[in-house]
Design a protein around this ligand. Structure first.
Ligand SMILES: [Mg+2]
Ligand SMILES: [Zn+2]
Length: 226
């Protein structure tokens, strides 16, 4: 719920770290039969990446909400079911809890424009790079998007974060070809980070201790594009 709007008192929203799920919180799954990597479609395939529970604990200790925002078109594509998606989500919660961590909310886009299942066949406003999941979470939880961060390993994560007015952290390597693709796609992140552990370090170094802020200091990790 949003904070109450008290006349004469400037109430800012809470700040959040929006987390992509697959490739950010958990590893991708290699499917040898298809020769490709995919999101985990059943609980047995779900495994947290190293240091994730600890990193989410750190993020929350700094006063951020931790909110998962993830495209999950598996049902739409006929690869999964609502029950399996729920079981994977519960597995994520359980593995995080085993590491003493918890996320505050999970938002999925289940749509796909070419879904085989007609009820999910939709060009929606919530499938990243659209910012709908972040906007919905901000509305539900009273989040100040300008004081918040979007973290993910895809260009669409950066695009969704930018569109929502968040600062963006791209999980990945600093290769020039990545920069070029980003520049072409107008998906320029504010920060690069190797993994979620490094994200916690970025936030620790660059976020003030104030409960709200609008202009995060950007120093060592800030990538400038000309
Ligand atoms: Mg991802
Ligand atoms: Zn959607």
């Amino acid at each position: 719920m949003a904070p109450p709007n008290v006349p004469g008192l400037l109430v800012k929203g809470r700040r959040a770290v929006f987390l992509d799920r697959d490739g950010c919180i958990n590893s991708m799954v290699y499917l040898p039969d298809f020769g490709l990597v995919d999101s985990p479609q059943n609980p047995d395939q779900f495994q947290l990446l190293p240091g994730v529970a600890e990193s989410i604990r750190s993020i929350k200790a700094m006063g951020f909400l931790a909110v998962v925002v993830s495209n999950q078109p598996g049902i739409a594509k006929g690869k999964s079911t609502p029950a399996l998606v729920e079981q994977v989500t519960q597995t994520m919660h359980r593995q995080l809890a085993e590491g003493g961590a918890a996320v505050d909310a999970v938002y999925y886009c289940l749509h796909h424009p070419e879904a085989v299942a007609p009820e999910y066949r939709l060009t929606c406003a919530c499938r990243k790079p659209q910012p709908g999941l972040l906007l919905q979470a901000a509305d539900d939880l009273g989040i100040d998007l300008g004081a918040s961060f979007m973290v993910g390993d895809g260009l669409t994560d950066v695009q969704a974060g930018n569109a929502a007015g968040c600062s963006t952290i791209f999980l990945g390597v600093h290769r020039c070809d990545v920069y070029e693709v980003m520049a072409r796609q107008n998906a320029r992140p504010d920060y690069f980070s190797a993994d979620l552990r490094a994200v916690a370090e970025i936030l620790r170094e660059h976020v003030s201790d104030q409960p709200t802020f609008t202009t995060p200091a950007k120093k060592a990790y800030h990538v400038h594009f000309s």
